[in-house]
Design a protein around this ligand. Structure first.
Ligand code: SF4
Length: 424
């Protein structure tokens, strides 16, 4: 979602006549788009802003702003703390960016634009660059209040975008050459729950599936509590819906899940995974999990490991818990030491590495459809693309196959990617 917010701000800046540069020394405007979901990215944002202090001293005309969830959470306090900043802009106010830039150019500094407006902002701009894969926001905010999570405070309550707007945007993107869309929302499964008469999420997917020229549909993120049978069945029915499901489970122990206020049990989660695999045996499943939540004992952690072993995820995003001010969990004693968190994370990640490699090796000899996205990072003579199950594949070739859907025989399964040859 942050990446997409960056794209939206880039599009607004382009409309104001700015051009993107990869050298920040050349920039007239620098925006640091932040994340506050864990402590580490927040600290990183402050350190990046610290580096711009000298630049501002040398060139007082450069406009520097902080955006994203740290901006929303800390607000005007950031202006007092960092004199380098000209403005603070929260994710619910991105559309005010051109106005803010005009004000700053007229000498008004210290602007703080945060908060949320009723409903969904309707002035979303489609980034001008023609892109193969595009993000499309379908809803924002979250009503769930998981006890560790700051998102409902910094992104606001759930607001869903009208389906006709979503469909029109995707249609326009496809006309510009987009082949794959990633539908975004904090909890896409509860799409339109506050909009009576609106399509449900699986109905929206069916409409998107029927847009001529669109090859692939993906979405993120889902909540197990709101996963419906209709959505599971959509994977078996919709031609363009890619066989990849990101379904965070966060912890393998019911006691920890309850403290996290997640609203499901490990048994329910495992039943959902079984059902997804019954309907779509080839589906790839990834998840988020954290270790060291307050009160997580060795037994709880063992249950997390057992769940990972049982599901055999295709990929896992795993993190150490860090308290976020303003959440319920931040009031509890952070009783797992850093050493315990680090040890648990290392064990979990090692287990997942073995599973990922084993699963990638199993794909050797199979034939996959790959959407070619760009040059391989490892070799100038190879291109990189993704399977429908979201695995990265490197294949021989050059820019002539960029944007093509090609059929590839997988020769080698590696830790983080696959290698293959195009089938003639
Ligand atoms: S579902 Fe829970 S973890 Fe996800 S954004 Fe909402 S509160 Fe945060």
């Amino acid at each position: 979602m942050n990446e997409h917010d960056s794209e939206r701000m880039l599009a607004l800046l382009e409309e104001c006549g700015y051009q993107e540069t990869v050298r920040w020394e050349e920039a007239d405007v620098i925006l640091v788009n932040t994340c506050t979901v864990r402590e580490k990215p927040e600290q990183k944002a402050y350190s990046i802003l610290g580096r711009f202090q000298q630049l501002k001293e040398q060139n007082p005309d450069v406009i520097i702003g902080i955006t994203g969830c740290v901006a929303q959470q800390r607000g005007a306090e950031l202006l007092a703390r960092m004199p380098t900043l000209d403005f603070v802009l929260g994710p619910g106010k991105i559309h005010t960016l051109p106005e803010i830039l005009r004000d700053v150019q007229q000498g008004i500094r210290g602007i703080c634009s945060v908060g949320f407006e009723n409903g969904y902002p309707t002035d979303l701009t489609i980034p001008s660059s023609q892109r193969l894969r595009a993000y499309v926001t379908i809803m924002q905010g979250c009503d769930n209040f998981c006890s560790y999570c700051i998102v409902p405070s910094v992104r606001g309550r759930e607001r869903s975008r009208p389906s006709n707007e979503v469909l029109a945007e995707i249609d326009a993107l496809v006309q510009r050459g987009t082949k794959e869309v990633m539908l975004l929302g904090q909890n896409v499964n509860s799409y339109a729950k506050h909009n009576p008469g609106e399509l449900t999420f699986h109905q929206l997917l069916a409409k998107i599936d029927a847009i001529p020229g669109l090859e692939r549909i993906r979405f993120t993120t889902s909540h197990p509590k709101d996963l419906t049978e209709e959505l599971i069945e959509a994977f078996g029915r919709l031609e363009h819906l890619c066989e990849h499901f990101h379904l965070p489970f966060q912890a393998g122990s019911n006691a920890v899940l309850e403290k996290m206020n997640r609203g499901y049990t490990r048994e329910k989660y495992l039943t959902q995974i079984r059902r997804l695999r019954e309907v779509t045996p080839q589906i790839s499943i990834t998840a988020d999990v954290m270790v060291g939540f307050p009160g997580e004992g060795d037994d709880d952690f063992t249950q997390t490991l057992e769940l990972v072993q049982e599901v055999e995820f295709d990929g896992l995003f795993s993190f150490k818990y860090s308290p976020r001010k303003g959440t319920r969990a931040a009031q509890w004693r952070d009783d797992c030491t850093l050493e315990v968190k680090q040890r648990r994370l290392a064990i979990l990640q090692e287990l997942q590495r073995e599973i990922t490699l084993r699963k990638n090796k199993r794909l050797e000899g199979t034939v996959k459809e790959v959407l070619v996205e760009g040059r391989s990072r490892n070799s100038p003579h190879r291109m990189m693309g993704r399977t429908r199950c979201n695995r990265i594949v490197n294949i021989p070739g050059g820019s002539e196959i960029l944007g093509e859907l090609v059929t590839v025989k997988i020769d080698e399964g590696l830790q983080n990617s696959l290698r293959g040859e195009r089938c003639r």
